[in-house]
Design a binder for this molecule. Structure first.
Ligand code: HEC
Length: 243
């Protein structure tokens, strides 16, 4: 193999291997959320959980209902009936009625828009966050991933109530792990699936065209490889007489 063709092949390999996601990878040793972004059923279930449990406080204002209908393969009427507040139109964005000033007064903090949260926090972080709510000594909610979070554990009825198990490290009390003190409506496995569905939906919100991009991407890479071969064959042909 000639030097040039080696360089071409190596640069193609480099191109492919550097396109893996670098943002929001979390950093810490987080459990893999293990989502499948192509699983439309999971995105649909996640959308339902989101609308029922999160959408009262968090907007997703980069997303429009008609886009949701199209991407998830749901009828527009069904989207409006099941996933939207009353009197919104199909072309509207997923906004909430609560005003930032009010939510700050009520909760201490304005709940952030969740359109691109999967990109800034990463899926593994979100997965851990939704599993890390616990009841502290005061009886209030706290969270291992976001200490003193102003968000209550909105899924506590599903998960049940977790309490911390303490241990001492260097004479300091630290939480070793969380323990399910009273069970919820779902088993731990079911709850994990619920959270995974939610994260799958948040991942979709963060990049609605991901499935399309990945599908097109494969063809683009194939084209580039083929084109390189053709260009190389052409080059050999042209230079034959020169050498
Ligand atoms: C009662 C209102 C309320 C509901 C309902 C709610 N949240 Fe929150 N959420 C908050 C508030 C307030 C914060 C800000 C917490 C802080 O920074 O202390 C927050 C923060 C978050 C964050 C962290 C953002 C960040 O990076 O700091 C995520 C992720 C999140 N919420 C997801 C959800 C999901 C998923 C649901 C539905 C299962 C949900 N929330 C339901 C009020 C709410």
């Amino acid at each position: 193999m000639s030097k040039q063709s080696l360089i071409i092949i190596l640069s193609l390999v480099a191109m492919i291997s550097t396109t893996s996601p670098v943002f929001g990878s979390g950093g810490e040793n987080l459990e893999n959320a293990n989502i499948n972004f192509r699983d439309t059923a999971a995105v649909q279930r996640g959308a339902k959980w989101f609308v029922n449990y999160c959408f009262s406080c968090h907007s997703a204002s980069y997303m429009r209902y008609n886009r949701l209908a199209e991407d998830l393969g749901i009828d527009k009427d069904v989207v409006l009936r099941d996933l939207a507040f009353a009197d919104v139109r199909i072309g509207d964005t997923m906004d909430i009625a609560m005003r930032p000033k009010d939510s700050e007064a009520w909760l201490g903090k304005t709940p952030p828009d969740l359109s691109v949260i999967s990109r800034s926090r990463g899926n593994d972080w979100l997965f851990a966050y939704m599993k890390s709510f616990y009841q502290d000594e005061s009886g209030g909610w706290n969270n291992l991933m976001l200490p003193n979070a102003s968000m209550p554990h909105v899924l506590w009825q599903l998960q049940g109530i977790q309490q911390p198990v303490w241990s001492t490290h260097d004479e300091r009390a630290v939480i070793e792990h969380l323990e399910l003190a009273s069970p919820g409506l779902q088993s731990p496995q079911e709850y994990e699936q619920t959270v995974r569905d939610l994260v799958t939906f948040l991942d979709y919100l963060g990049e609605p065209s991901k499935v399309k991009r990945k599908n097109v991407g494969i063809w683009v890479m194939l084209f580039l490889v083929l084109f390189t071969l053709v260009a190389y064959a052409l080059k050999v042909e042209y230079w034959r007489d020169v050498h």
